[in-house]
Design a protein around this ligand. Structure first.
Ligand code: URA
Length: 242
C-alpha cells in the first residue's frame, strides 16, 4: 500500500480527529514499529505497526490480498495437528492480520499461492464458473507425452470425479534423461488435478510449480517469501482479466 501521513492514518482508524492525532504524536503517545513516532512521518499501513496506549491501530474491515511463493513441504492449511509448517506460519511472522489461503496447493507443490480475508474474492478465484486460469510448470517422467496424449489433456480427460475442462498445454523442454517440462493451464481446481491428469496419460509428475493465477505472475518473488498484491493485480483478478 501507499505510504500515508501518520496523523491521517490514525484519524482514518477512528483514533481521534486529525488535529488531536497530531497532538498525540507530538506528545509521544504513538509508537511505530516500537519507536516513538515523530510528527510529519509517513507509514505503510500494510507493514508498519502503529501502537497507541498498548493497542495496535488498524483500519476496520480492511481487506487484505497477499501472494506467496509457497515453498515445498509447507501445508496450505491454517493449522496442523502435527506441528508441520503452514503458509499461515510464514505470514504471521510478519503481520497479525488473519488471512486464509485461496484454494490449496499440495504439500509437494511449490509456487504462487494467494491469501486473503475476503471470502468473495476467494470464491471468484476458486469457483470453476469464473474460469480464472491457473498455470503450472510440470516436470513429468516417462518420456515426452505424445501428440495424442497432449490433445487428450487439451480436450479433457475423465478422472474419477468427472471430466476435466479444456486445458492449454505446451511442451517447454525435453531433458536428455527422458523427463520433460510441460506448461499446463487449467481453469478449475479439482484435488491433485494436474498430477491426476498426467497420471491419466502415464507421465507422472515429478515436480510441480504454479507460476500464475489470472494475470498475476510469480515473477521474481523469492522462494518462501510473500508480498501484498498491487491494486491493479487485485482488480485484474476481480475483473477476470487474462
Ligand atoms: N494440481 C495438483 O495436482 N496439485 C496442486 O498442488 C495443484 C494443482
Amino acid at each position: 500500500m501507499e505510504k500515508i501521513r501518520l496523523q491521517k492514518y490514525l484519524a482514518s482508524c477512528g483514533v481521534a480527529s486529525r488535529r488531536k492525532c497530531e497532538e498525540l504524536i507530538t506528545n509521544g503517545d504513538i509508537t511505530v514499529n516500537g519507536s516513538v513516532a515523530q510528527l510529519g512521518m509517513s507509514i505503510d499501513p500494510d507493514y508498519d505497526k502503529v501502537v497507541y496506549r498498548g493497542r495496535v491501530i488498524k483500519e476496520k474491515n480492511k481487506k487484505i490480498y497477499i501472494m506467496m511463493y509457497k515453498p515445498l513441504d509447507c501445508l496450505t492449511t491454517a493449522e496442523d495437528d502435527h506441528g508441520r509448517q503452514t503458509v499461515i506460519d510464514i505470514i504471521s511472522r510478519d503481520i497479525s492480520d488473519r488471512v486464509f489461503p485461496v484454494g490449496r496447493l499440495d504439500k509437494n507443490t511449490e509456487g504462487l499461492l494467494l491469501l486473503t480475508n475476503d471470502g468473495e474474492f476467494s470464491n471468484r478465484i476458486i469457483h470453476p464458473k469464473y474460469k480464472i486460469p491457473k498455470t503450472y510448470l510440470a516436470l513429468v517422467g516417462g518420456g515426452v507425452p505424445s501428440p495424442k496424449d497432449i490433445s487428450a489433456l487439451r480436450r479433457g480427460v475423465l478422472l474419477e470425479d468427472g471430466l476435466t475442462q479444456p486445458a492449454k498445454i505446451d511442451i517447454e523442454k525435453i531433458n536428455p534423461n527422458g523427463s520433460s517440462v510441460v506448461k499446463i493451464t487449467i481453469t478449475e481446481g479439482k484435488k491433485r488435478q494436474v498430477r491426476r491428469m498426467f497420471e491419466f496419460i502415464n507421465h507422472p509428475v515429478i515436480e510441480l510449480k504454479r507460476i500464475s493465477v489470472g494475470k498475476v505472475n510469480l515473477g521474481n518473488l523469492p522462494y518462501g517469501k510473500w508480498r501484498h498484491l498491487r491494486p491493479e493485480e487485485i482488480k485484474s483478478l476481480l475483473n477476470n482479466q487474462r
